[in-house]
Design a protein around this ligand. Structure first.
Ligand SMILES: C=C1C[C@]23C[C@@]1(O)CC[C@H]2[C@@]12CCC[C@@](C)(C(=O)O1)[C@H]2[C@@H]3C(=O)O
Ligand SMILES: O=C(O)CCC(=O)C(=O)O
Ligand SMILES: [Fe+2]
Length: 356
């Protein structure tokens, strides 16, 4: 029997219940707790600096936008994963009105008064509900961000937010997670193909844990910020699982670190979804695919809303570099739960603990 993905995050040593998001609606100035300097965002690693190396959008090449119906989508995705660790997809078959509906629900949620949102605060050892990003304890300053995490049904926390009117929210989240799961599976197949896993192998691997992957949905809000050049929306990090599918509203903010170049913005492209490679896919690809190191910066005048769907195998699955790949394996085999445990202790250094 497999253990669900949520199990990988339960009872870890991250305790967030004493860190709560700021009441963004009530502040006119950037509080000292949210002022970042170049040293504050380095976390466990010095690849990132707050603002000093943002490249102009037009000065750098950008990750590609790939049409999922194109016959060469696997080749293009493979190239993008090797070079960037991220690409955008169109023709993904997620209806535009569903995306808009979920975004509208997210807006409604984050616009609730602070005391109402705190009713749904994530429990100290829990995974779901309202609160700050899980990476918060690794950084000395607070982020200009609030989030709401869902795994499966959102009912438990939605009832606390809207005691009589939670059903519509839950239905929209269910519908969106179903669509995301199907899309993530489709993209997983495209990426595996790019790694040389062909259809024949799929039959052999049909019962593999990879194909039993599931997801978590994170609604993110980055309110407009009185002094965005000194604040951070989401501190630099990599996502831990196989891949993440992100919808961003029309407000810029997401940036990826490209070695030797700097922070490159990933601008919202109408109708496209951003797909990025996480740590587990980096392991599976024997480090040939980048696990995208990224951050979010806030905006002076507009409010950024995003929906991130994190996709990964059951907690007790064992992951290792795919055997077909050339070269000696660069990582030892590890369960998803063990990896998340290491990440929750060591953040960006986690991979170095499992290098061979
Ligand atoms: C399934 C998940 C991935 C995530 C932890 C979570 O339970 C939901 C939030 C996700 C997030 C978003 C911000 C960065 C990140 C590293 C974090 O701390 O929370 C990711 C987590 C992850 O990729 O492990
Ligand atoms: O909101 C964004 O643009 C990115 C969100 C993100 O990186 C995350 O939730 O892990
Ligand atoms: Fe992320």
């Amino acid at each position: 029997m497999t253990t669900s993905l949520s199990n990988a995050y339960k009872d870890t040593n991250i305790h967030l219940n004493n860190i709560i998001p700021l009441d963004f609606g009530s502040v006119l100035q950037l509080p000292e707790s949210h002022v970042w300097t170049d040293d504050d965002d380095s976390g466990q690693d010095r690849r990132g600096r707050v603002r000093t190396c943002l490249v102009r959008a037009d000065a750098a090449a950008s990750p590609p936008v790939i049409d999922l119906r194109a016959p060469d989508s696997a080749g293009l995705a493979g190239e993008a994963c090797r070079r960037w660790g991220v690409f955008q997809v169109t023709n993904h078959e997620v209806p535009r009105d569903l995306v808009e509906d979920v975004e509208a629900h997210a807006r409604r949620l984050f616009q609730l008064p602070a005391d109402r949102k705190l009713r749904a605060l994530r429990a100290s050892n829990g995974v779901t509900g309202y609160g700050v990003a899980r990476i918060s304890p690794f950084f000395p300053k607070s982020m200009w961000h609030e989030g709401f995490t869902i795994m499966g049904s959102a009912m438990e926390h939605a009832k606390l937010l809207w005691p009589h009117h939670y059903q519509e929210f839950c239905d929209a989240m269910d519908k969106y997670q179903k669509k995301m799961k199907a899309l993530a599976y489709k993209i997983l197949l495209v990426i595996l193909k790019a790694l040389g896993v062909d259809e024949e192998d799929h039959d052999k691997l049909a019962s593999s844990f990879l194909y039993q992957s599931d997801g978590a949905l994170q609604l993110n809000s980055y309110p407009s910020c009185p002094n965005p050049s000194r604040a951070i929306g989401l501190a630099p990090h990599t996502d831990s699982l196989l891949l993440t599918i992100l919808h961003q509203n029309d407000t810029d903010g997401l940036q990826i670190m490209q070695e030797g170049v700097g922070w490159v913005p990933i601008r919202p492209t109408p109708g496209a979804l951003v797909v990025n490679i996480g740590d587990l896919m980096h392991i599976l690809s024997n480090a040939t695919f980048h696990n995208m190191y990224h951050r979010v910066v806030p905006n002076k005048t507009s409010h950024r809303f995003t929906m991130a769907y994190f996709y990964g195998p059951p907690a007790d699955s064992v992951l290792a570099p795919l055997p077909k790949l050339p070269g000696p394996p660069r990582f030892r085999a590890i369960t998803v739960k063990e990896y998340i445990g290491i990440k929750n202790k060591h953040l960006e250094k986690a991979l170095s603990f499992i290098q061979t």
